[in-house]
Design a protein around this ligand. Sequence first.
Ligand code: ATP
Ligand code: MG
Length: 367
Amino acid sequence: MASIRIQDLVKRFENGVEAVQGVTLEVADGEFVVLVGPSGCGKSTTLRMVAGLEEASAGDIFIGGKRVNDVEPGKRDIAMVFQNYALYPHMTVRQNMSFGLKMRHVSKAEIQQRVNDAAAILSIESLLERRPRELSGGQRQRVAVGRAIVRKPAAYLFDEPLSNLDAKLRLQMRKELAQIHQQLKTTTLYVTHDQVEAMTLGQRIVVMNEGIIQQVATPMKLYQEPANRFVATFIGSPAMNILPGKILENGQQFQTRNSRTTYPIRMPANQAGPASPALLGFRPEHLTLDASHPQIGAIEVDLVERLGDASLVYFKLEDQNCTARLPGNAACQQGERLSLHLPKDKWHLFSAQSPHEVVSRGCSAGK
Ligand SMILES: Nc1ncnc2c1ncn2[C@@H]1O[C@H](COP(=O)(O)OP(=O)(O)OP(=O)(O)O)[C@@H](O)[C@H]1O
Ligand SMILES: [Mg+2]
């Protein structure tokens, strides 16, 4: 096993696209790190550079402390599962899974054992003698994962390995991957754009946007203490609500732009000063009908979605589309007026200027 470290990594494609713009991160020996971000943010490109399938335009890549920029992919001792699982079409599933081991001169008995074990973990035992074209997309994806786990590489690189599975299989495979990691403790860098997958699998999560790392933290820290507006609205579903406005001179109140409603906030002691534009953020699940908390607004319900365990209530506040996640049986319906409340430690305040860093938040104000 080995750590993975990338330092100031840049990828500039020939067409001028700078897909990765100076990424630095470390996956410790045995750690499971998830790289998450929206489509096109540079996740696959980063992973492909670690694998050696794409040359870095600048920066360094270390695996097990050794710089591997100039080491060819086959010699980097990593196993990668691709977004579009490239299986060998003329080989059976068993041959596909055995191939890497055969090339490394592992004994026949050992190969048989490892392939059978992996097939059992992935529930593909009955498919071992088929060829890829005789498999569904989800089955092929599991074979691709199987081909990686039979190897015992220094590190695994996964690029959206579950993207073609149905919801149930995805959940099952997610658990399997977590268990495989618990058993083998192989250093893993895992790419996904699915935040639930990121939150459940990652010991640490790297949030990326437009080729730049936004925050690296544990799942709970990302949720509770997002570093900026992007992370705040990317992690959590439905997304965090955001209202534009300003921090008043006294540094104790936030005033919304349109209705000039004020909300009590507390800036760090030395930050009172001229009024400054800012954004107030609060999560749908923290809104409540409980009037013992400060009111955030009297709103008109645009739409209610009943999910069973929760009801999503859509409304406008200060011309912004907002959402409240209320209990499943909450008394509310379209067109009705509701008084919504927010506990006083559940807000985040972002600077009005990109990258909209957090300037204060409710949960830390009391500390
Ligand atoms: N070979 C290439 N030549 C030019 N531009 C490319 C190339 N490959 C990727 N890009 C661009 O680089 C950016 C990052 O692509 P990348 O595949 O890393 O995104 P991603 O985060 O993996 O997205 P997704 O979630 O959709 O897989 C995109 O804007 C993409 O269009
Ligand atoms: Mg990708």
